[in-house]
Design a protein around this ligand. Structure first.
Ligand code: URA
Length: 234
C-alpha cells in the first residue's frame, strides 16, 4: 500500500494532507525520515512515527479508556468535556465511537472502535454481554435488596422486570452488580427500585475483559489480541 494511502486510512487526513506530512519530513520509518509519499509499504504490523508519535497500522481500531468522572459520552457535550477530548486526533478522524455510554459521573471501562460490527455486538441487548459494576450505595445493602436484584426489579417504562446476572455485597454500602443490558441509567434505576441510591458507580469489566489495573484514569490503550479474546469470553 502507498504510504500516503496508509496514513489516510489511519486518520492522518486527506491524501493531500498525508502527502504534505511526508513531504514536510514529519513521517519516519525505522528511525529514518521518509520523504516519499508513494513508498510501497506492507500494512500488516507496519510501524511509523508521525511528528514524534509512534503508531502501528491497524485495519480497525479497538480501544479501552479508563473513563474519568466529569466527562460526557457525547460528541456534543452539554455541561462537561467530552470523552472524545481524551483521544488523539487521528482516532477521531477515523471516526472511533464509544461502545455504548456511561453516565457523566460513572468511571471505568469504556470501549471504542471504528468497527461497526464490533460496536453492534457489544451494544446489542440480544447478545447479553455481561457488564460488571462496582456500586457504592447511600444506605447499607441488605439481603432483601440482593435477592430482589437477582430476581428482577420492575423499572418505570420497562415492559418486564430486569434481573441482575450476579450480585454480591462487598461492603456495608457496596456491591458488585453484573447486568447484561445497557439501558439508560440501568444500574441507578435498579438500585433505586430496591429503595437504595447509587453514590458512586464504576464499571470494572465488560465480557471477560477487566479494566487493566495499570491503566490510569483518563488513559486509553489499544486492545491487543489477548484482550480481544478475553473480551469475547463470558
Ligand atoms: N448504569 C447507570 O445507571 N449508569 C451508567 O453509567 C451505567 C450503567
Amino acid at each position: 500500500m502507498e504510504l500516503e494511502r496508509l496514513l489516510r486510512s489511519q486518520g492522518f487526513g486527506s491524501r493531500p494532507d498525508c502527502r504534505a506530512l511526508v513531504r514536510q519530513g514529519l513521517v519516519s520509518i525505522g528511525g529514518e525520515v521518509c520523504e516519499d509519499p508513494y513508498l510501497d509499504v506492507a500494512p500488516d504490523g507496519f510501524e511509523f512515527v508521525v511528528d514524534g508519535v509512534s503508531w502501528r497500522y491497524r485495519e480497525k481500531a479497538y480501544l479501552v479508556l479508563h473513563k474519568p468522572a466529569g466527562y460526557e459520552c457525547s460528541h456534543q457535550p452539554r455541561h462537561h468535556p467530552s470523552i472524545y477530548d481524551l483521544l488523539p486526533r487521528p482516532l477521531l478522524t477515523r471516526d472511533v465511537q464509544s461502545v455504548g455510554r456511561l453516565d457523566e459521573d460513572t468511571t471505568g471501562l469504556l470501549l471504542f472502535s471504528d468497527d461497526g460490527q464490533f460496536i453492534h455486538t457489544y451494544t446489542s441487548p440480544k447478545k447479553h454481554v455481561p457488564k460488571v459494576y462496582v456500586v457504592t450505595t447511600k444506605h447499607p445493602v441488605d439481603e432483601q435488596q440482593i435477592a430482589a436484584l437477582l430476581a428482577g426489579v420492575q423499572l418505570h417504562d420497562e415492559p418486564a422486570p430486569v434481573a441482575a446476572m450476579a450480585c454480591k455485597q462487598t461492603a456495608e454500602c457496596a456491591l458488585e452488580l453484573t447486568v447484561t443490558e445497557g439501558k439508560y441509567h440501568l444500574v441507578k434505576r435498579m438500585i433505586a427500585a430496591v429503595s437504595n441510591r447509587v453514590e458512586a458507580l464504576h464499571r470494572n469489566a465488560v465480557g471477560g475483559l477487566v479494566l487493566p489495573s495499570d491503566l490510569l484514569v483518563g488513559q486509553w490503550r489499544y486492545l491487543e489480541a489477548d484482550q480481544m479474546a478475553a473480551l469475547a469470553t463470558r
